[in-house]
Design a protein around this ligand. Structure first.
Ligand SMILES: [Zn+2]
Length: 390
């Protein structure tokens, strides 16, 4: 016995009663991440199974949680966490919030696809509708301006509150009809019509007028297999997305002390300012390095430098200059007593590999390098480090 598909003729049915025809343990229960362990078949159902790019309805059957619904071998199988006795009457309840959002998104997608088809002749060649949003693939490339136009027309049709109807034309009527997603078969074709705007073969539940879509927003468009893939949201999902984006805009504009709709200009100014400051800092650091090099004193012993304003490359340049003036080693340190110091040490006269062992032991150090230059870290105070050289 075929399960009666209540969702096909009443998309707004959210609770129903049905008889359990069978309940079997799922063979793949261990592999599932949703906790479903049983497959339940009913005499009738309002649960839409996954199909045509739309994910399955979820909800409850009695005290069982329905986490997935699949059409398997022509049967609609409800995946539940606990078993239901065959022959029992059960009350079914959809997760209505999720279903309503899907209906808004799906009808909005038909409207967008219908307008693209009529205006540009491109087909919808891919569709995904889950809880994570909607993607639609078109067979041709649409520019940003063209999509803005399509979105505007679609939202006007939302405002006009056009009826969305379902029909089952006869095979003869079907063969003579022009509709999107035209299938090879002509029997049991379900046609969803947005009056005056779109005719499409589709098995999914839809809202009953375009006003119930609640608004349509195209979020992004990327090139996809010779055409484009758009991401879009409708109704409640579009509002939730708008809320997230507005929260970001408010935060950014508060941080920059600018008007909300001028945040991008303010960010651009800030980035230019940051770049100019980085260039200025690099210049100053260069000048500082030149001054530090000029201030180095020639010595027969070691040159020990504590320096916290130079970056690593400048510190290395300072040590390179220092080794020419030192009879022993030139050692430069950067850091503080609490966190320790990084060091770069060079010499023309001392073989540093052997020297480094003694040095590291004295200052809790780690590191190494060549005979001429070593670098590493020291876990010691400046006083301890200076006393090593004294
Ligand atoms: Zn559809």
């Amino acid at each position: 016995m075929q399960t009666e598909k209540l969702y096909e003729n009443d998309a707004y049915l959210r609770s129903f009663t049905a008889k359990v025809l069978s309940c079997e343990p799922l063979a793949d229960a261990k592999k599932r991440s949703d906790g479903a362990a049983y497959g339940v078949i009913l005499d009738r159902t309002a649960f839409f199974p996954e199909g045509g790019g739309q994910t399955a309805d979820r909800g409850n059957l009695g005290n069982a949680v329905v986490s997935d619904v699949q059409e398997i071998g022509g049967e609609i199988v409800h995946m539940t966490d606990v078993p239901l006795p065959a022959g029992a009457e059960v009350a079914g309840e959809l997760n209505w919030e999720e279903r309503l959002r899907k209906m808004q998104n799906h009808t909005g997608e038909h409207l967008i696809s219908g307008i693209v088809h009529t205006q540009f002749g491109y087909d919808n060649v891919g569709f995904h509708l889950g809880t994570d949003g909607v993607t639609v693939d078109f067979s041709g490339v649409l520019t940003a301006a063209e999509l803005e136009f399509v979105e505007y027309i679609a939202n006007r049709v939302v405002g006009l509150n056009v009826p969305v109807t379902v029909s089952y034309p006869s095979p003869e009527e079907c063969a003579a009809m022009d509709y999107r997603s035209k299938l090879d078969l002509t029997e049991n074709i379900r046609i969803v019509t947005i009056e005056g705007w779109d005719v499409c073969a589709c098995c999914a539940p839809h809202v009953s007028t375009t006003g119930a879509v609640g608004g349509i927003k195209i979020l992004s468009c990327e090139n996809w297999k010779g055409g484009v893939r758009i991401r879009m949201l409708c109704g409640l999902d579009a509002i939730a997305d708008y809320h997230k984006r507005l929260t970001q805009t408010v935060r950014i504009s508060n941080l920059l002390s600018c008007k909300q709709l001028e945040a991008a200009d303010a960010v651009e100014r800030l980035m230019k300012q940051g770049q100019a400051e980085r260039e200025e800092t690099a210049k100053l650091r260069h000048a500082l390095l030149d001054m530090k090099i000029a201030a180095l004193q020639k010595t027969d012993g070691d040159l020990v430098i504590f320096e916290d304003m130079l970056d690593n490359n400048s510190l290395r340049a300072l040590v390179n200059a220092g080794v020419e003036l030192a009879g022993g080693v030139c050692a430069a340190f950067q850091g503080n007593d609490a966190d320790g110091y990084r060091y770069i040490i060079g010499s023309r006269t001392v073989k540093l590999r052997a020297w480094a062992k003694e040095f590291n032991a004295a200052v809790g150090g780690k590191g190494g390098g060549s005979e001429e230059m070593i670098q590493g870290t020291a876990k010691a105070t400046a006083e301890t480090i200076r006393s090593f050289f004294a």
